[in-house]
Write a protein that binds this ligand. Structure first.
Ligand code: ASP
Ligand code: MG
Length: 439
């Protein structure tokens, strides 16, 4: 069995939804189809939650009316029979009634959770009706019934596996099982979500839970590229990546995949394939446990990074200094991405600067603190990149004209990271593309 996930743009219009049907019927295999919300919907629902929190009744009404109109047109174009126009209308009426109900009560923190997931409920219900109109053997299964979070608010793969196996046993006669990405149930039994972009994560969790042949992520690009195609002109899709490489790339900037979605795939060794709905025959990118030790695979960039340097002579020959500093970051639940140290200073980077002020205040007693905002991490990824001769020198050659603020080399076998001022980002990416890929 395969799991196929289609993102927001892949279900973003009636035409695109019909293409999804074409794609899933290209062969006869049984499939689980995971859908995102129609593109734009989740953003609108997030806005709705903000207006709800402010109890801005007029805005709430406007947002819902406008979104409803969009779906009215959507169903007109999606279905071709009167019967299914009525069905489609029932679907949107049902979920908009639910939305109006959710925002008609006094606001309570946490109320957002039930609101933002309605987009996936709508898209999957519209799509299942489309499959039924096409007389496909299909059914819908609710992600709320099997994607569970544990006490740490992390997906509980064992429980997902257990529940999903039960459900699949009952549904074995259907060729297509359609379910929602993004949606889950938290340990308090409430509806919750896997964070923005979480449908990828849903797909790889489901794939891992059932030991699928592969989990496919259908999106609007022909795979992961060797460099950021929004910034650099000459890029190409990478045919094959290891789980480690893809994990680094997903985390460091390659926006195609949810940063966590490689974890369950790697745990259960279920390949992940990225495919393009606009060009279904393109090879895409296959992510497996196979390593290819002699190549630099890709360059990715992550913006919005803040660098913090703590300089102190007390660090010399002292132990416990780093622990004290790191404890402050831990206290504010702020992950550190890069670290470099010298005998008298340590530099770290963070991407969540929400508690920067408090963090600086609390580390100041340990030394002189310097902060640089607007930084970018450039990450060069490949198997055993750090051990290959010449990679380091090629990177330095490429960065000849660019001031490098930090370097992290050898932290993992798959990654060399550089921190630069974001103003040099394009120049750095273009230059690295030239030296590392000859493009
Ligand atoms: N609809 C959710 C979002 O826009 C989840 C997803 O599309 O992956 O973030
Ligand atoms: Mg996405």
């Amino acid at each position: 069995m395969k799991v196929l996930k289609f993102g927001g743009t892949s279900v973003g219009s009636p035409t695109r939804m019909k293409e999804v049907h074409q794609i899933i019927t290209r062969d006869n295999d049984q499939k689980i189809i995971v859908l995102s919300a129609v593109s734009g919907t989740t953003n609108i629902l997030v806005n709705l939650t903000k207006e709800f929190a402010d109890q801005n009744k007029d805005k709430i009404k406007d947002i819902l009316d406008q979104l409803y109109k969009k779906y009215e047109i959507f169903i007109q174009e999606l279905y071709s029979t009167e019967h299914y126009h009525t069905k489609g209308k029932e679907v949107i009426d049902h979920y908009f009634k639910e939305l109006r109900k959710l925002v008609s009560v006094p606001y309570k923190s946490g109320a957002e959770k039930a609101i933002v997931v309605q987009g996936e409920l709508i898209s999957t219900n519209l799509f299942i009706n489309f499959l039924w109109e096409k007389e496909e053997s299909a059914n819908i299964i609710s992600a709320f019934d099997f994607v569970f979070l544990n006490d740490q608010q992390e997906p509980d793969l064992r429980k997902i596996e257990e529940k999903l196996r039960e459900i699949l046993k009952e549904q074995k006669d259907h060729k297509f099982l359609v379910t929602q990405g993004f949606i889950c149930q938290n340990n308090a039994g409430e509806i919750d979500n896997l964070k923005r972009g979480g449908s990828d994560y849903s797909a790889t969790l489901i794939g891992a839970a059932i030991g699928a042949d592969e989990s496919q992520i259908w999106t609007d690009i022909d795979g992961m590229h060797n460099n950021d195609p929004r910034i650099v002109e000459n890029t190409f899709p990478i045919a094959q990546l290891s789980f480690e490489e893809a994990g680094e790339l997903a985390y460091f900037g390659a926006k195609i995949l949810h940063p966590n979605c490689i974890i369950p795939a790697q745990q259960r060794n279920v390949p992940v394939r990225i495919k393009n709905t606009l060009d279904p025959d393109a090879k895409g990118t296959l992510i497996t446990n196979e390593k290819n030790p002699d190549s630099v695979k890709a360059i990715a960039v992550k913006d919005g990074i803040t660098a913090i340097k703590i300089k102190s002579s007390r660090m010399i020959l002292a132990y416990g200094f780093l622990r004290k500093v790191f404890e402050v970051f831990e206290k504010y639940k702020t992950p550190i991405d890069m670290i470099t140290t010298s005998e008298i200073a340590v530099s770290v980077t963070i991407d969540d600067a929400k508690n920067l002020k408090e963090i600086i205040e609390e580390i100041s007693p340990y030394g002189f603190v310097e902060v640089d905002k607007n930084q970018s991490i450039i990450c060069v990824v490949g198997d055993f990149v750090a051990e290959r001769k010449g990679v380091g020198s090629s990177i330095f050659t490429a960065m000849d004209e660019i001031p490098v603020r930090m370097i992290s080399y050898g932290g993992s076998k798959n990654n060399i990271s550089l921190l630069i001022d974001s103003n040099y980002k394009k120049e750095a990416l273009v230059s690295l593309n030239k030296t590392l890929f000859g493009l």
